[in-house]
Design a protein around this ligand. Structure first.
Ligand SMILES: NC(=O)N[C@@H](CC(=O)O)C(=O)O
Ligand SMILES: [Zn+2]
Ligand SMILES: [Zn+2]
Length: 428
Protein backbone atom coordinates (compact mmCIF):
# COMPACT_ATOMS: atom_id res chain seq x y z
CA UNK A 1 0.00 0.00 0.00
CA UNK A 2 1.35 3.29 -1.15
CA UNK A 3 0.50 6.81 0.01
CA UNK A 4 1.74 10.25 -1.00
CA UNK A 5 1.38 13.29 1.24
CA UNK A 6 1.99 16.09 -1.22
CA UNK A 7 2.90 19.77 -0.88
CA UNK A 8 3.07 19.84 2.91
CA UNK A 9 5.46 22.03 4.92
CA UNK A 10 8.14 20.24 6.91
CA UNK A 11 10.17 21.87 9.65
CA UNK A 12 13.87 22.10 8.77
CA UNK A 13 15.89 22.46 11.96
CA UNK A 14 19.05 23.53 10.13
CA UNK A 15 17.39 26.49 8.42
CA UNK A 16 14.87 27.09 11.22
CA UNK A 17 12.02 27.30 8.75
CA UNK A 18 9.28 25.36 6.98
CA UNK A 19 10.02 23.86 3.56
CA UNK A 20 7.57 22.38 1.06
CA UNK A 21 8.08 18.63 0.55
CA UNK A 22 6.29 15.55 -0.71
CA UNK A 23 6.37 12.44 1.48
CA UNK A 24 5.97 8.93 0.10
CA UNK A 25 4.86 6.12 2.40
CA UNK A 26 5.23 2.42 1.55
CA UNK A 27 4.36 -0.56 3.73
CA UNK A 28 4.04 1.47 6.90
CA UNK A 29 7.38 3.26 6.50
CA UNK A 30 8.46 6.64 5.21
CA UNK A 31 10.02 5.67 1.90
CA UNK A 32 11.03 8.99 0.41
CA UNK A 33 10.91 12.73 1.05
CA UNK A 34 11.29 14.89 -2.06
CA UNK A 35 11.55 18.59 -2.70
CA UNK A 36 8.25 20.42 -3.08
CA UNK A 37 9.39 21.96 -6.38
CA UNK A 38 9.37 18.53 -8.03
CA UNK A 39 6.18 17.01 -9.41
CA UNK A 40 5.91 13.55 -7.86
CA UNK A 41 4.70 10.63 -9.94
CA UNK A 42 2.00 9.40 -7.59
CA UNK A 43 0.76 6.73 -10.00
CA UNK A 44 -2.01 4.69 -8.42
CA UNK A 45 -1.06 5.64 -4.87
CA UNK A 46 -3.49 7.24 -2.46
CA UNK A 47 -2.77 11.00 -2.28
CA UNK A 48 -3.34 13.40 0.59
CA UNK A 49 -2.90 17.02 -0.45
CA UNK A 50 -1.29 18.83 2.50
CA UNK A 51 -0.80 22.14 0.75
CA UNK A 52 -0.34 24.96 3.26
CA UNK A 53 -0.31 22.51 6.18
CA UNK A 54 2.42 21.38 8.53
CA UNK A 55 3.54 17.78 8.06
CA UNK A 56 5.24 16.48 11.19
CA UNK A 57 6.33 13.24 12.78
CA UNK A 58 3.32 12.03 14.76
CA UNK A 59 3.06 13.39 18.29
CA UNK A 60 3.97 11.07 21.18
CA UNK A 61 2.28 11.20 24.58
CA UNK A 62 3.99 9.15 27.29
CA UNK A 63 1.36 9.76 30.00
CA UNK A 64 -2.32 9.07 29.36
CA UNK A 65 -5.27 7.35 31.01
CA UNK A 66 -7.39 5.15 28.72
CA UNK A 67 -9.54 3.82 31.65
CA UNK A 68 -9.81 0.42 30.00
CA UNK A 69 -10.33 -2.10 31.64
CA UNK A 70 -12.78 -1.09 34.32
CA UNK A 71 -13.76 2.51 33.85
CA UNK A 72 -15.16 2.33 30.33
CA UNK A 73 -17.86 4.86 31.22
CA UNK A 74 -15.06 7.49 31.29
CA UNK A 75 -13.11 6.26 28.24
CA UNK A 76 -12.15 3.05 26.49
CA UNK A 77 -9.39 2.00 24.14
CA UNK A 78 -11.49 2.72 21.02
CA UNK A 79 -12.56 6.23 22.07
CA UNK A 80 -9.31 7.11 23.84
CA UNK A 81 -7.16 6.27 20.82
CA UNK A 82 -9.56 8.21 18.52
CA UNK A 83 -9.30 11.20 20.82
CA UNK A 84 -5.50 10.84 20.71
CA UNK A 85 -5.51 10.64 16.91
CA UNK A 86 -7.76 13.70 16.69
CA UNK A 87 -5.20 15.52 18.81
CA UNK A 88 -2.39 14.52 16.42
CA UNK A 89 -0.92 11.76 18.62
CA UNK A 90 0.27 8.55 16.96
CA UNK A 91 1.82 6.82 20.00
CA UNK A 92 0.54 6.95 23.57
CA UNK A 93 1.62 5.24 26.79
CA UNK A 94 -1.24 4.35 29.13
CA UNK A 95 -1.22 4.36 32.89
CA UNK A 96 -2.05 1.28 35.00
CA UNK A 97 -4.65 2.80 37.36
CA UNK A 98 -7.35 0.76 35.67
CA UNK A 99 -9.80 -1.73 37.30
CA UNK A 100 -8.25 -4.20 37.84
CA UNK A 101 -5.00 -2.28 38.13
CA UNK A 102 -2.62 -3.26 35.32
CA UNK A 103 -0.54 -5.42 37.66
CA UNK A 104 -0.67 -8.80 35.89
CA UNK A 105 0.54 -10.03 32.48
CA UNK A 106 -3.11 -10.84 31.60
CA UNK A 107 -4.20 -7.22 31.98
CA UNK A 108 -1.18 -5.95 30.03
CA UNK A 109 -2.10 -8.35 27.23
CA UNK A 110 -5.77 -7.39 27.40
CA UNK A 111 -4.71 -3.78 26.71
CA UNK A 112 -2.29 -4.54 23.89
CA UNK A 113 -4.70 -7.00 22.23
CA UNK A 114 -7.66 -4.64 22.46
CA UNK A 115 -5.50 -1.78 21.19
CA UNK A 116 -4.55 -3.87 18.15
CA UNK A 117 -8.19 -4.76 17.45
CA UNK A 118 -9.95 -1.50 18.29
CA UNK A 119 -7.30 1.16 18.69
CA UNK A 120 -6.22 3.56 15.96
CA UNK A 121 -2.86 4.67 17.40
CA UNK A 122 0.09 2.81 18.91
CA UNK A 123 -0.61 1.99 22.56
CA UNK A 124 2.26 1.25 24.96
CA UNK A 125 1.13 -0.04 28.36
CA UNK A 126 2.76 0.69 31.69
CA UNK A 127 2.34 -1.80 34.52
CA UNK A 128 2.10 -0.88 38.18
CA UNK A 129 5.02 -0.93 40.59
CA UNK A 130 2.97 -2.39 43.42
CA UNK A 131 0.03 -4.79 43.43
CA UNK A 132 -3.23 -2.88 43.11
CA UNK A 133 -1.12 0.32 43.47
CA UNK A 134 -1.40 -0.13 47.23
CA UNK A 135 2.29 0.37 47.92
CA UNK A 136 2.61 -2.89 49.86
CA UNK A 137 4.03 -5.52 47.52
CA UNK A 138 5.96 -5.32 44.25
CA UNK A 139 4.38 -6.74 41.10
CA UNK A 140 6.12 -9.44 39.02
CA UNK A 141 8.33 -7.10 36.94
CA UNK A 142 9.83 -9.88 34.81
CA UNK A 143 6.45 -11.33 33.83
CA UNK A 144 5.02 -7.86 33.15
CA UNK A 145 7.97 -6.93 30.97
CA UNK A 146 7.61 -10.22 29.12
CA UNK A 147 3.91 -9.43 28.55
CA UNK A 148 4.78 -6.09 26.96
CA UNK A 149 4.85 -3.47 29.73
CA UNK A 150 7.27 -0.66 28.86
CA UNK A 151 7.86 0.64 32.39
CA UNK A 152 6.56 0.61 35.93
CA UNK A 153 4.51 3.28 37.70
CA UNK A 154 1.86 3.65 40.39
CA UNK A 155 0.53 6.80 38.70
CA UNK A 156 -2.45 8.21 40.55
CA UNK A 157 -0.63 7.78 43.86
CA UNK A 158 2.90 8.19 45.12
CA UNK A 159 4.89 5.21 46.40
CA UNK A 160 4.98 6.27 50.05
CA UNK A 161 7.55 3.80 51.33
CA UNK A 162 11.18 4.62 50.48
CA UNK A 163 12.39 1.03 50.85
CA UNK A 164 9.63 -0.15 48.50
CA UNK A 165 10.71 2.44 45.92
CA UNK A 166 14.36 1.51 46.32
CA UNK A 167 13.57 -2.19 45.80
CA UNK A 168 11.48 -1.33 42.74
CA UNK A 169 14.30 0.74 41.27
CA UNK A 170 16.93 -1.93 41.86
CA UNK A 171 14.75 -4.59 40.25
CA UNK A 172 13.80 -2.35 37.29
CA UNK A 173 17.46 -1.44 36.76
CA UNK A 174 18.42 -5.13 36.66
CA UNK A 175 16.06 -5.64 33.73
CA UNK A 176 16.77 -2.33 32.02
CA UNK A 177 13.29 -0.92 32.61
CA UNK A 178 12.33 2.61 33.71
CA UNK A 179 10.50 3.66 36.87
CA UNK A 180 7.95 6.39 36.22
CA UNK A 181 6.91 8.26 39.34
CA UNK A 182 3.84 10.15 40.44
CA UNK A 183 5.50 12.22 43.16
CA UNK A 184 3.22 12.95 46.08
CA UNK A 185 3.66 12.60 49.82
CA UNK A 186 0.22 11.77 51.19
CA UNK A 187 0.88 13.16 54.65
CA UNK A 188 1.34 16.67 53.22
CA UNK A 189 -1.78 16.62 51.05
CA UNK A 190 -4.62 15.08 53.08
CA UNK A 191 -7.93 16.31 51.77
CA UNK A 192 -6.70 19.40 49.93
CA UNK A 193 -7.36 19.89 46.21
CA UNK A 194 -5.86 23.31 45.37
CA UNK A 195 -2.29 24.56 45.72
CA UNK A 196 -1.17 26.58 48.68
CA UNK A 197 -1.29 30.03 47.11
CA UNK A 198 -3.41 33.09 46.35
CA UNK A 199 -6.41 30.98 45.41
CA UNK A 200 -6.44 28.75 48.49
CA UNK A 201 -5.91 31.76 50.78
CA UNK A 202 -8.69 33.78 49.13
CA UNK A 203 -11.17 30.94 49.52
CA UNK A 204 -9.97 29.76 52.92
CA UNK A 205 -9.06 26.32 51.59
CA UNK A 206 -6.44 23.97 52.95
CA UNK A 207 -3.66 24.11 50.36
CA UNK A 208 -1.44 21.45 48.80
CA UNK A 209 2.13 22.58 49.50
CA UNK A 210 4.81 22.35 46.84
CA UNK A 211 6.94 20.10 49.04
CA UNK A 212 4.37 17.32 48.70
CA UNK A 213 5.75 16.77 45.18
CA UNK A 214 9.37 17.79 45.64
CA UNK A 215 9.95 15.58 48.69
CA UNK A 216 9.38 12.52 46.51
CA UNK A 217 11.50 13.94 43.69
CA UNK A 218 14.37 14.55 46.12
CA UNK A 219 14.07 11.13 47.72
CA UNK A 220 13.81 9.39 44.38
CA UNK A 221 16.75 11.07 42.64
CA UNK A 222 18.88 9.92 45.57
CA UNK A 223 17.56 6.38 45.17
CA UNK A 224 18.07 6.59 41.41
CA UNK A 225 21.66 7.66 41.98
CA UNK A 226 22.23 4.63 44.20
CA UNK A 227 20.42 2.11 42.00
CA UNK A 228 21.37 3.55 38.60
CA UNK A 229 17.82 3.12 37.30
CA UNK A 230 16.26 5.30 34.60
CA UNK A 231 13.92 7.36 36.76
CA UNK A 232 11.23 9.47 35.06
CA UNK A 233 9.25 12.13 36.94
CA UNK A 234 5.56 12.50 36.05
CA UNK A 235 3.77 15.82 35.56
CA UNK A 236 6.38 18.14 37.15
CA UNK A 237 4.61 21.19 38.53
CA UNK A 238 6.82 23.03 41.02
CA UNK A 239 9.92 25.19 41.13
CA UNK A 240 11.41 22.98 43.86
CA UNK A 241 11.03 19.81 41.78
CA UNK A 242 12.67 21.53 38.83
CA UNK A 243 15.62 22.58 40.98
CA UNK A 244 16.14 19.00 42.22
CA UNK A 245 15.88 17.47 38.73
CA UNK A 246 18.30 20.04 37.34
CA UNK A 247 20.84 19.26 40.06
CA UNK A 248 20.38 15.51 39.63
CA UNK A 249 20.97 15.80 35.89
CA UNK A 250 24.10 17.88 36.51
CA UNK A 251 25.62 15.16 38.65
CA UNK A 252 24.77 12.44 36.14
CA UNK A 253 21.71 10.77 37.68
CA UNK A 254 19.66 9.03 35.00
CA UNK A 255 16.58 11.20 35.53
CA UNK A 256 14.09 12.45 32.94
CA UNK A 257 10.89 14.43 33.35
CA UNK A 258 7.64 15.54 31.75
CA UNK A 259 5.27 18.49 32.05
CA UNK A 260 1.62 18.96 31.06
CA UNK A 261 0.21 21.82 28.96
CA UNK A 262 -2.02 23.00 31.82
CA UNK A 263 0.94 23.42 34.16
CA UNK A 264 2.71 25.49 31.49
CA UNK A 265 -0.29 27.72 30.80
CA UNK A 266 -2.42 28.03 33.95
CA UNK A 267 -1.71 28.98 37.54
CA UNK A 268 -3.89 28.75 40.66
CA UNK A 269 -4.76 32.41 40.09
CA UNK A 270 -6.63 31.49 36.90
CA UNK A 271 -9.11 29.24 38.73
CA UNK A 272 -12.43 31.07 38.44
CA UNK A 273 -13.98 29.80 41.67
CA UNK A 274 -14.63 26.88 43.97
CA UNK A 275 -17.51 25.28 42.11
CA UNK A 276 -16.04 23.96 38.85
CA UNK A 277 -14.18 20.64 39.08
CA UNK A 278 -12.73 21.10 35.58
CA UNK A 279 -10.01 23.08 37.36
CA UNK A 280 -9.23 20.21 39.71
CA UNK A 281 -6.31 18.03 38.70
CA UNK A 282 -3.32 16.35 40.30
CA UNK A 283 -0.85 17.94 40.65
CA UNK A 284 -2.93 21.07 41.15
CA UNK A 285 -2.38 24.30 39.23
CA UNK A 286 0.50 25.93 41.09
CA UNK A 287 1.58 29.53 41.58
CA UNK A 288 2.69 31.84 38.73
CA UNK A 289 6.24 31.40 40.01
CA UNK A 290 6.02 27.64 39.52
CA UNK A 291 4.57 28.11 36.03
CA UNK A 292 7.58 30.26 35.13
CA UNK A 293 9.95 27.62 36.54
CA UNK A 294 8.44 24.70 34.59
CA UNK A 295 8.48 26.73 31.36
CA UNK A 296 12.17 27.52 31.87
CA UNK A 297 12.87 23.89 32.73
CA UNK A 298 11.23 22.68 29.52
CA UNK A 299 13.20 25.29 27.59
CA UNK A 300 16.60 24.35 29.04
CA UNK A 301 16.00 20.59 28.84
CA UNK A 302 15.67 19.95 32.58
CA UNK A 303 12.20 18.75 31.63
CA UNK A 304 12.48 16.52 28.56
CA UNK A 305 8.99 16.34 27.11
CA UNK A 306 5.38 17.40 27.11
CA UNK A 307 2.68 14.88 28.03
CA UNK A 308 -1.07 15.44 28.33
CA UNK A 309 -1.92 13.28 31.38
CA UNK A 310 -5.25 12.84 29.54
CA UNK A 311 -7.48 11.98 32.53
CA UNK A 312 -11.11 11.58 31.46
CA UNK A 313 -13.91 11.57 34.05
CA UNK A 314 -17.66 11.48 33.46
CA UNK A 315 -19.83 14.60 33.45
CA UNK A 316 -21.64 13.29 36.52
CA UNK A 317 -18.36 12.86 38.44
CA UNK A 318 -17.13 16.32 37.51
CA UNK A 319 -20.51 17.90 38.40
CA UNK A 320 -20.06 16.87 42.03
CA UNK A 321 -19.04 19.45 44.62
CA UNK A 322 -15.34 20.08 43.85
CA UNK A 323 -14.16 18.53 47.11
CA UNK A 324 -15.82 15.24 46.09
CA UNK A 325 -15.02 15.25 42.36
CA UNK A 326 -12.08 13.23 41.01
CA UNK A 327 -8.80 14.89 39.98
CA UNK A 328 -7.96 15.14 36.30
CA UNK A 329 -8.69 16.79 32.95
CA UNK A 330 -8.77 15.49 29.38
CA UNK A 331 -5.83 16.58 27.27
CA UNK A 332 -5.43 14.99 23.85
CA UNK A 333 -7.59 17.31 21.78
CA UNK A 334 -6.28 20.61 23.08
CA UNK A 335 -2.58 19.97 23.79
CA UNK A 336 -0.96 20.95 20.51
CA UNK A 337 -3.25 23.93 19.73
CA UNK A 338 -2.76 25.29 23.27
CA UNK A 339 1.03 25.14 23.14
CA UNK A 340 1.24 26.30 19.54
CA UNK A 341 -1.00 29.30 20.23
CA UNK A 342 0.51 30.27 23.59
CA UNK A 343 4.20 29.69 22.88
CA UNK A 344 4.87 29.49 19.14
CA UNK A 345 2.46 32.08 17.78
CA UNK A 346 3.65 34.50 20.45
CA UNK A 347 7.25 34.03 19.29
CA UNK A 348 8.50 32.54 22.57
CA UNK A 349 9.36 29.16 21.03
CA UNK A 350 10.15 28.01 17.53
CA UNK A 351 7.80 25.48 15.98
CA UNK A 352 10.78 23.12 15.84
CA UNK A 353 11.27 23.34 19.59
CA UNK A 354 7.65 22.48 20.36
CA UNK A 355 7.65 19.59 17.90
CA UNK A 356 10.89 18.22 19.35
CA UNK A 357 9.49 18.15 22.87
CA UNK A 358 6.40 16.29 21.56
CA UNK A 359 8.09 13.85 19.14
CA UNK A 360 11.82 13.12 19.10
CA UNK A 361 12.47 13.86 22.79
CA UNK A 362 9.93 11.38 24.17
CA UNK A 363 11.15 8.88 21.54
CA UNK A 364 14.76 9.37 22.66
CA UNK A 365 13.97 9.05 26.36
CA UNK A 366 11.89 5.88 25.95
CA UNK A 367 13.86 4.33 23.09
CA UNK A 368 11.07 4.46 20.48
CA UNK A 369 11.60 4.02 16.73
CA UNK A 370 9.10 6.77 15.90
CA UNK A 371 9.24 10.52 16.55
CA UNK A 372 11.14 11.46 13.40
CA UNK A 373 10.10 12.37 9.87
CA UNK A 374 12.86 10.63 7.93
CA UNK A 375 13.31 8.01 5.31
CA UNK A 376 13.06 4.61 6.98
CA UNK A 377 11.10 5.82 10.00
CA UNK A 378 7.66 4.41 10.83
CA UNK A 379 4.98 6.28 8.86
CA UNK A 380 3.46 7.91 11.93
CA UNK A 381 2.64 11.37 10.62
CA UNK A 382 0.50 14.29 11.72
CA UNK A 383 -0.84 16.98 9.39
CA UNK A 384 -1.70 20.25 11.12
CA UNK A 385 -3.42 23.44 10.01
CA UNK A 386 -1.32 26.15 11.68
CA UNK A 387 -3.46 29.04 10.51
CA UNK A 388 -7.17 28.76 11.14
CA UNK A 389 -8.34 29.83 14.54
CA UNK A 390 -11.13 27.90 16.22
CA UNK A 391 -12.82 27.78 19.59
CA UNK A 392 -12.36 24.73 21.82
CA UNK A 393 -15.75 23.00 21.84
CA UNK A 394 -15.69 20.12 24.36
CA UNK A 395 -19.01 18.80 23.01
CA UNK A 396 -17.19 17.80 19.81
CA UNK A 397 -14.40 15.80 21.50
CA UNK A 398 -13.84 12.24 20.28
CA UNK A 399 -13.17 11.34 23.91
CA UNK A 400 -16.10 10.00 25.96
CA UNK A 401 -15.39 12.75 28.45
CA UNK A 402 -15.12 16.51 28.12
CA UNK A 403 -13.69 17.61 31.45
CA UNK A 404 -11.51 20.54 30.43
CA UNK A 405 -11.00 24.07 31.70
CA UNK A 406 -10.17 25.23 28.14
CA UNK A 407 -13.70 25.26 26.66
CA UNK A 408 -14.23 28.42 24.60
CA UNK A 409 -10.53 29.23 24.21
CA UNK A 410 -9.67 30.49 20.73
CA UNK A 411 -6.72 28.49 19.41
CA UNK A 412 -4.78 27.74 16.24
CA UNK A 413 -2.74 24.67 15.32
CA UNK A 414 -5.51 22.12 14.80
CA UNK A 415 -4.58 18.67 13.46
CA UNK A 416 -6.42 17.79 10.25
CA UNK A 417 -5.17 14.25 9.63
CA UNK A 418 -3.25 11.65 11.61
CA UNK A 419 -1.51 8.72 9.96
CA UNK A 420 -0.35 5.67 11.93
CA UNK A 421 1.79 3.01 10.29
CA UNK A 422 0.90 4.45 6.89
CA UNK A 423 -2.87 4.29 7.46
CA UNK A 424 -5.16 7.24 8.12
CA UNK A 425 -6.16 6.92 11.77
CA UNK A 426 -8.26 10.06 11.80
CA UNK A 427 -9.02 12.84 9.37
CA UNK A 428 -11.19 15.89 9.59
N1 LIG B 1 -3.82 13.66 36.95
C1 LIG B 1 -4.97 13.52 37.53
O1 LIG B 1 -5.50 14.50 38.03
N2 LIG B 1 -5.61 12.34 37.59
C2 LIG B 1 -5.14 11.09 37.10
C3 LIG B 1 -4.14 10.46 38.01
C4 LIG B 1 -2.75 11.00 37.93
O2 LIG B 1 -2.24 11.30 36.83
O3 LIG B 1 -2.08 11.12 38.96
C5 LIG B 1 -6.33 10.17 36.92
O4 LIG B 1 -6.15 8.96 36.78
O5 LIG B 1 -7.47 10.66 36.86
ZN1 LIG C 1 -0.05 11.24 38.47
ZN1 LIG D 1 -1.69 10.48 35.17
Amino acid sequence: MSLWITNGNIWNEASGSLEAKHVRVENGKIEQIVDGAQVPDTGSAEVIDAKGKLVSAGLIDMHVHLRDPGFEYKEDIATGTRSAAKGGFTTIACMPNTRPVTDTPETVQYITNKAKREGVVNVLPYASITKNELGRELTDFAALKEAGAIGFTDDGVGVQNAQMMKNAMALAQSMNMPIIAHCEDDTLVEGAWASEGEFSRKHGLKGIPNESEAIHVGRDVLLAETTGVHYHVCHVSTEQSVRLIRLAKQIGVRVTAEVCPHHLILSDEDIPGVDDANWKMNPPLRTPRDVKAVIEALEDGTIDMVVTDHAPHSAEEKARPVQLAPFGIVGFETAFPLLYTKFVQTGKWTLGFLLKRMTSDPARVFGLESGRLEQGAPADITIIDLNSEREVDPSTFASKSNNTPFGGWKLSGWPVATIVGGKVAWAE
